[in-house]
Design a protein around this ligand. Structure first.
Ligand SMILES: *[C@@H]1O[C@H](CO)[C@@H](O)[C@H](O)[C@H]1NC(C)=O
Ligand SMILES: *[C@@H]1O[C@H](CO)[C@@H](O)[C@H](O)[C@H]1NC(C)=O
Ligand SMILES: *[C@@H]1O[C@H](CO)[C@@H](O)[C@H](O)[C@H]1NC(C)=O
Ligand SMILES: *[C@@H]1O[C@H](CO)[C@@H](O)[C@H](O)[C@H]1NC(C)=O
Length: 530
């Protein structure tokens, strides 16, 4: 009895000790919008597994609220601009993407894009100032004894902070312009002959002219980024560190890159051992809908429902567009659930209901859901893939046009152009993806590929985060390419050397031949003379 009790106590003690030994201390870099939505399930799981999660949170943010959940610890920092300034910038950016871009020529788009990049950069550095240039915050971070920094590199500075704190770094990334960060800083190979550049709207099957365009697209975006993003970030990093510093080299110190795509969505392409593809982290089985919503969905009968949202960033559209969309939706036999915060359109049909917010994942997983009308954000697309729902894409900005091109090329979506689409285009597109069997079949095939893997994407992300903490980094996965110059990487120096040697040998051979020939001739000449 006594022995039993002490055995019990020692088992408990060992359990306590192991659980505390496994509990890591994780610092999370600030993010926004869909990036934050995507990060949260990982953080929740890490907390469930006994880790402590601390989130760096700016005093001004559209999506991160320090009062939101008591499960994370928040490490607040101050920024010097207002929420109104950020919202005005976002409004401006969306307006450019949705309404202006199609009326502009390339030069105008370029100039406007540069302006937007400049503003974006102003805010990025403003956030970074709040962390790196605040003695209070940096002191707290140093005292925090963190085991790991988890960051979305879209919000720059995490790499420099990880170096200052001397802790491993894990990136979670969807994409960068021209795959620039993962390609140049992460050394992820991207041959332009079959890996389409981000924003190019190309697939992996390219004819000659498309390959020309793709190569130029990589080069042009690289130049633009070099002149704007990298130049300024290098200066900023150099100033903070006090020595000339390359921001790309800083980025290259990431131990693991968690890419938020997978082969259900992406085209097959080469990758490296420290790149893990975890697209669909937030997908989960559907939960029951709120009662009134379930009632509405059930009232659709055999026709089923269509789910429609333009994402977390776009809350209203012009009255004209809203009316056009509403009258298209009024013409389909399905019932429609539309997430929309603008004014109710006059042409709204009896089959359409507008909601401030919808439980998107639960709706997409509902057996009555026939189609998803989406702006093409990766989060929404992944939920549709997970539940096998065909899509109608109305892409707006960033990676959205590319995302929809991926889904279209896999036969699970139809793409519409927001600027030029008419009522009948939207109506016909919805009818097509619902009535033509191939769309549903392809969506189900993607769903099956997505689910049939050794580990769920969430588990895989969590595994690599824990792995990196247990092993104090993952430098053993780092390719030596990081240490090479561009001409060494492409073996141009070696090729140059070999070509020189071969040329020298040929030259030597020719010289010898000529010499022998001459000797022969001379001898024969002598003989003749004799
Ligand atoms: C958090 O604060 C915001 C305003 O800063 C408020 O609108 C929101 O209701 C608060 N949320 C909770 C859960 O208290
Ligand atoms: C942020 O500003 C507030 C008010 O000015 C101040 O009380 C607080 O200590 C600041 N926080 C940090 C982390 O510097
Ligand atoms: C290549 O493909 C594009 C898009 O499908 C097409 O417009 C173009 O004519 C093709 N070019 C050649 C040379 O086949
Ligand atoms: C969206 O709504 C805001 C105010 O609610 C308004 O200022 C803005 O012009 C609207 N945008 C569009 C595109 O209608």
């Amino acid at each position: 009895m006594k022995l039993g009790k002490s055995l019990y106590a020692s088992v408990l003690l060992i359990l306590c000790m192991t659980s505390s030994a496994h509990g890591g201390n994780i610092l999370v870099w600030y993010t926004e919008a869909s990036h934050w939505i995507n990060m949260k399930p990982v953080l929740d799981t890490l907390i469930n597994r006994g880790h402590q999660v601390t989130v760096l949170t700016p005093s001004v943010s559209m999506f991160m609220k320090t009062n939101e959940s008591s499960r994370f610890r928040y490490e607040p920092f101050n920024v010097s601009f207002s929420l109104e300034a950020i919202e005005a910038y976002m409004e401006d950016f969306l307006h450019f993407s949705m309404y202006e871009m199609d009326q502009m020529n390339y030069l105008q788009i370029y100039i406007r894009f540069m302006e937007i990049m400049k503003t974006e950069f102003f805010f990025s550095l403003g956030y970074l100032d709040g962390v790196l240039k605040s003695d209070t915050v940096m002191k707290k971070l140093k005292e925090g004894k963190y085991d790991l920094l988890l960051a979305d590199p879209l919000y720059p500075g995490s790499d420099l902070t990880a170096e200052i704190l001397d802790i491993p770094l894990i990136f979670s990334l969807r994409f960068s312009l021209a795959n620039n960060w993962e390609r140049l800083c992460g050394q992820l190979p991207a041959p332009p002959s079959f890996v389409p550049a981000a924003m190019s709207k190309l697939t992996d099957k390219m004819n000659f002219s498309e390959r020309v365009w793709n190569l130029l697209f990589y080069a042009l975006q690289d130049i633009v980024l070099e002149k704007t993003f990298w130049k300024e970030l290098d200066e900023y990093y150099s100033e903070v560190k006090g020595t000339p510093t390359s921001a790309c080299e800083m980025m290259s110190r990431a131990d693991i890159w968690l890419m938020r795509t997978y082969w259900d969505f992406d085209f097959p392409h080469p990758f490296l051992p420290n790149f893990k593809f975890v697209g669909g982290i937030h997908c989960r089985p559907a939960k029951p809908l709120p009662e009134d919503m379930e009632e509405f969905v059930q009232s659709s009968g055999d026709n089923g429902v269509v789910v429609f949202t333009l994402g977390s960033m776009i809350n209203n559209i012009t009255t004209e567009k809203a009316n056009m969309i509403a009258s298209a939706l009024a013409q389909i036999p399905q019932k429609v659930l539309w997430r929309y915060r603008g004014e109710e359109p006059e042409t709204l049909g009896a089959n359409t209901r507008i909601y401030n917010w919808i439980p998107q994942n639960d709706l997409l997983g509902h057996p009555k859901t026939k189609a998803f009308i989406t702006h093409g954000g990766t989060n929404g697309i992944y939920e549709a893939i997970y539940h096998g729902v065909p899509m109608v894409g109305i892409p707006m900005f960033g990676d959205q046009p590319d995302n929809m091109v991926h889904m279209k090329s896999k036969g699970a979506a139809v793409i519409l152009d927001f600027t030029s689409m008419k009522t009948e285009d939207l109506r016909d597109a919805v009818n097509t993806v619902i009535n033509e069997k191939s769309y549903k079949e392809n969506a189900m095939r993607l769903s099956s590929i997505h689910r049939d893997r050794p580990m769920s994407p969430l588990d895989e992300a969590v595994f690599w985060i824990e792995f990196t903490m247990r092993n104090k980094g993952a430098k053993h996965l780092r390719v030596q390419a990081h240490e090479l110059t561009w001409y060494q990487y492409h073996s141009l120096d070696v090729l140059g050397f070999i070509i020189t040697v071969v040329l020298l040998l040929i030259l030597l051979f020719m010289k010898t031949c000529r010499f022998c020939f001459r000797m022969c001739c001379r001898r024969r000449g002598k003989k003749k003379a004799e």
